[in-house]
Design a protein around this ligand. Sequence first.
Ligand code: ZN
Ligand code: FE
Length: 257
Amino acid sequence: MRILPVPVLQDNYSWLVVDEADRTAAVVDCAEVAPVLEAARAEGVRVTAVLSTHHHFDHVGGNEELALATPVRVYGNADDASRIPALTDGVRAGDRVHLGGSVAEVIFIPAHTSGHIAYHFPRERVVFTGDTLFVAGCGRLFEGDPGQMMSSLGRLAALPDDTRVYCGHEYTVRNLEFAATLEPGNRAIADKLAWARSCRAEGRPTVPTTLASERATNPFLRWSSPELRASVRERCPEAGDDDLEIFACTRRLKDSF
Ligand code: ZN
Ligand code: FE
């Protein structure tokens, strides 16, 4: 399995997941059709499936057009069927999606939207997290509360350390700038910020990340860090000292960063 970034819209990534044995590909989050088909053509593969993580336009905006252009299965949350265009295969937590020789398991991770799902390939140690887990960040809470986001992120964080995380946006530099305000003493954050800036200066994606790297740098997985807790409580004096309140305040601080 090879995974290629397809930059679309302003700062979104569609991901082309290539099965080299049968020369087919799946696209994770198809916002725009032309760049995806162009990437597939360049690879010499046929797009046969779409894996949608959630219903936002910048993730499913190309579903209908792609389905008209070429025969594809469109996977997405069965319980969000009315909002996933061209859906053919509704899936739920624990369901498996077979793509050539690879198998993805569906993980339910609501909060950014109420129907958000991730696709986890346990054998390849890869997970597609849409707008829930970003590099050094997490999605905004449009249809869920902090507790729900915390448990969704917990489901992802339970995956093995070396799992590669592919998310839906290039937000890394800004996210790490925010992370550095809460943990100025965290060397892993400073190092990754310098690295991310040089990637972007050269036009390279900062995605994927790994769960190990996220545990070391992502403020939304680091509510147990004493430095982060002290910074958050200084800025949100009303916050108590429990994990959920620290997490919720971290999210609020990021909203206005
Ligand atoms: Zn979204
Ligand atoms: Fe998005």
